[in-house]
Write a protein that binds this ligand. Structure first.
Ligand code: VOV
Length: 249
């Protein structure tokens, strides 16, 4: 039997994808819409206070295309907190005018393939910052779930630790050549959701997502062992953009 790699876990993650029920939203009076928006902005401010206290982080992006209209990505210390905030959001007036279309539950994960031997990762401030990150406010987000293949001769889980480490080293080298242009948050979801990992990328240039993902397709860790779900891509929603999105002319 191959040895499982040790993993470090940080904050739990919920990706909550919704569409907006525009016909119902448009039927509201301007006053009713303004009230619902104020309530939404109060909740967004509460989430940003939580982020300032370093007790979690939230990213709010539109989604381009028909899979969803927006995503709220939340990171929190516990699954209970994620569930509470999901329920609190569902009780808002604005949420009544949204329809859930997809969600993903996972936890920020770092594997120890590249760990320095003899060091305690939990004492390393860089590692702690990666496990409990403030989500970037980059202009664009890209999310997709993925598995490592388990079929015939292409079974990631029967490779030796050394083979997997060599693959991850090569994978990491490609990733590092995108340093400063894209930030990745890898969340593990074995036992938590339908795929094995969630990949969330942040960048100021959406073309970087295409370049990076394409280049990785040629790397064996992805070419031979990667299986991918649906891709969601979108644009940052700050308070002004959010008002613009919800305004009815
Ligand atoms: C954007 C840059 C980037 C960089 C620098 C980077 C580096 C690294 C390193 C060094 C490591 C291993 C240690 C750790 O940190 O866990 C990983 C780990 C991982 N990655 Fe990665 N990855 C990136 C980016 C990046 C992308 C774009 C993808 C999607 C793959 C694709 O084809 O679409 C991905 C996937 C993963 C996964 C699923 C894991 C866990 C695999 C496991 O078996 O445990 N990743 N990754």
């Amino acid at each position: 039997m191959s040895e499982a790699v040790q993993t470090l876990e940080g904050w739990y993650a919920l990706h909550d994808f919704r569409t907006i029920d525009w016909s119902a939203w448009k039927l509201l009076s301007a006053e009713e819409r303004a009230k619902a928006e104020d309530e939404l902005h109060t909740m967004l401010r509460e989430w940003s206070d939580i982020e300032e206290r370093r007790e979690g982080s939230t990213a709010f992006y539109t989604i381009v295309g028909q899979k969803a209209d927006f995503v709220l990505m939340h990171l929190r210390e516990t699954l209970d907190e994620l569930n509470e905030l999901e329920n609190a959001f569902n009780k808002t007036t604005f949420a009544q005018y949204t329809k859930p279309v997809y969600s993903y539950v996972s936890i920020v994960e770092l594997s120890s393939y590249m760990a320095k031997p003899g060091t305690d990762p939990m004492q390393d401030p860089d590692i702690m910052a990666r496990l409990k990150p403030s989500l970037p406010k980059s202009k664009h987000i890209c999310f997709y779930p993925m598995n490592k293949r388990r079929s015939g001769n292409d079974n990631w889980y029967t490779l030796s630790m050394e083979e997997r480490r060599a693959h991850m080293r090569s994978h990491g080298m490609i990733g590092r050549s995108y340093a400063g242009r894209v930030k990745q948050i890898i969340t593990g979801s074995v036992g938590l959701d339908d795929w094995e990992w969630g990949v969330t990328l942040f960048s100021d240039d959406p073309l970087t997502f295409k370049k990076l993902v394409y280049e990785m397709r040629f790397d064996e860790a992805s070419a031979r062992y990667g299986e991918f779900g649906a891709f969601y891509v979108g644009n940052l929603l700050d308070a002004d953009k959010c008002r613009q999105l919800l305004s009815i002319g």
